[in-house]
Design a protein around this ligand. Sequence first.
Ligand code: NIG
Ligand code: FE
Length: 419
Amino acid sequence: MVKAVWIKHAAQLVTLANKVTGPRIKEAMSDLAIIANGSVWLEDGIIQAVGTTKELEVEYASRATEADIIDATGHLVTPGLVDPHTHIAFGGSREREFEMRLEGVTYMDIMNAGGGIHATTRMTRNATEDELVRQTTIRLDSFLAHGVTTIEGKSGYGLDLETELKQLRIMKRLQKEHPMDIVPTFMGAHAVPTEFKGREEEYVNLIIYEMLPVVAKEKLAKFNDVFCEVGVFTPEQSERILEAGKLYGLIPKIHADEIEPYQGAELAAKVGAISAEHLLKASEEGVQAMAEKGVIACLLPATALYLREDAAKGRAMIDAGVPVAISTDCNPGSSPTTSMPLVMNLACISMRLTPAESLCAATYNAACAIQMEDKVGSLEVGKQADVVLWNVQSYQQLQYLFGVNHVKTVWKKGMQVIG
Ligand code: NIG
Ligand code: FE
């Protein structure tokens, strides 16, 4: 039995329990529902009580000896962070490409020459399941150490049935073996594999008729994602793949308008995607369409920085009424980071989100982007006891003191996993 945990006297207990259910827009993103001198009781993996320390003392004083008591005086406490977009289950590493890009070669040139996603596909195909589990575990541990307790994870480095399934299966295995919650996404449409060059439609058909049915039958994924980009999948191909996924109950997501404007945001609204990712080059009409349909913009400012591109227009998207989430995009090419705290900082610095919006985008709205908001993303009675204690006093300091990991302690389902 895991002992109960009683956190008391938090300088700021940021609950995000602001009554708006579903993706938050505009002012609702800034309402963090903060409790000063806050307290929370964790037991049986669940949040049992949230309030001021005074309130919880009335209720729990008689049970104090049953709990580990954490004095959070002078500390910020938040829900565990949620990363709604990662490519975590891959083999190998691509540091040479980092050097090439600094020398001036572009991301797409590297990919078109058989590197990039294709390079990781080769390394992932060649890795055993155990080796992939070992490499992925290192990244999961690092996520936890940065205060992230739930992630989404995509396949997409197999690009053949066997390896796509291998990636999805290792995520399923890690969901059992590792404290992290991993929500799986099928992304067979991450690239057209080199062996299908010139036969793109055949690969699209392979995804639709051979991969999607197996992924659905084995219940290996909740979402279906497509890299809709010039030279990768066209909007028409993307639409076919996403509509086919819907028939199998897989919810659409889209890597949209990352490198070039390509009507990706418009397509996200059209197919009813839960989220559209990247959006660096999204059109104003596309953003408007997303606002109308409530499509979440999943913005990835670390990727923009790493590719030395201008970040997505996060400020304008929030002002237009789009619900915004943020993510690391953790992957071996365009964003090899596991630091959501850095991503929150960058959301402020390069997309002009406020510190409050940035935290909402990394918790509650991020949970909405992977349909996990009934379990994680805010501190509310009955939700999972995923909590972070930070070495700063306020959420403003968390964004202001940038590029540093301020995590002190992390609890996952009530169990201390860091600190
Ligand atoms: O989200 N843009 C496409 N996919 C990933 C990068 C994958 C890779 O380079 O390995 C992304 O940035
Ligand atoms: Fe991505």
